[in-house]
Design a protein around this ligand. Sequence first.
Ligand SMILES: [Zn+2]
Length: 373
Amino acid sequence: MARLPGTGGGPSLLLLSHTDTVVADPSEWQVDPWSGELRNGEVWGRGALDMKGEVAASAVAIASLAREGFEPTGDVIFVAAADEEVGDGFGLPWLCEEHPEAVRADYALNEGAGERVQLAGRALYLCSTAEKMSSPFRLRVHGRAGHASMPGIADNALTKAARMIERLAAYRSELRLQEETDALVQMLAGQKLGAEEALAFARELDPFAAETLEPLLSLTLSPTMISASERRNVIPSTCEVVVDCRLLPGQTQDEVEPVLHEVIGDGDYDFEWIEARGGTRSPLQTPLWDAVAGFVAEVDPEVALAPICVAGFTDSHWLRESFGTVAYGFFPMRTMDAQLAARLIHSADERAHVDDLELGVECFRHVARSVCG
Ligand SMILES: [Zn+2]
């Protein structure tokens, strides 16, 4: 952590990043994944995009502001946290719990978005202001065991579970346009659309736009894991099914659970939520938004800033939940293609363009001056 103390009274800004990465298998890489090799203007290595690039850009931004004698009215804070990828409680949640004064801030910039994209014939920078909630659940379906050679004497929990899985997989929730997605659609369509119309509009644009939009309009259910009998010739008395479920920001498990029971239908089963993580949002009309939009207007005057809800979650939710921080995911990227970057994250040959890292430094300096200046 580092802190450029404010002279008093002004809002504080936290530049948040994480230093841990997922693993890398050197045999899949063109370079040593831990080399940080500079090749054709790109820094290669695990974490270049997720997210040591942003760690470095944040550090350079706050250090250069300090050297120049910048005197913010509120604190500018740098936090490079551990343990974001695994989430074992050693990273930002621990800081929020044990050292709240060290990480409390009015505004924060973190990972999540920032890419320059082409949608519906116009260029946009995306800024993530909301995240879906990871809300997986487990079904334990009960039957009666028996020898597999005499199916009639048993009540097969696996085949009972299969019918429930089919109903869950086929379920389509009512579509809702929440504020971030509504604002994004309005920017692209040039008018207000309903949720169904918005999806039809995206389908006309291209299949990828529709695939991206659809999960932002409702909760999603993906059955992913199943376990039943340990032996081929024993009919299972229980079958466990794990369903990856993602709720819209603001949706609660209490509100969704009765709906899920209706989808699953009658049957002898136990239902258990496994976790509830993320699912928070920050408002769109804030000084932080104005600061980021002001930066975009300066470096890319033709391009607008658009809000987006992301399907995954980041450390931002800890700040929102602990302190009510307005936290956005924004690290600008315009030299590297956004779809290439999305493929490289958590994958082999991850790399970041030096021009994008410099753009990130400029962004953080600009936002610190606008928000805390
Ligand atoms: Zn990350």
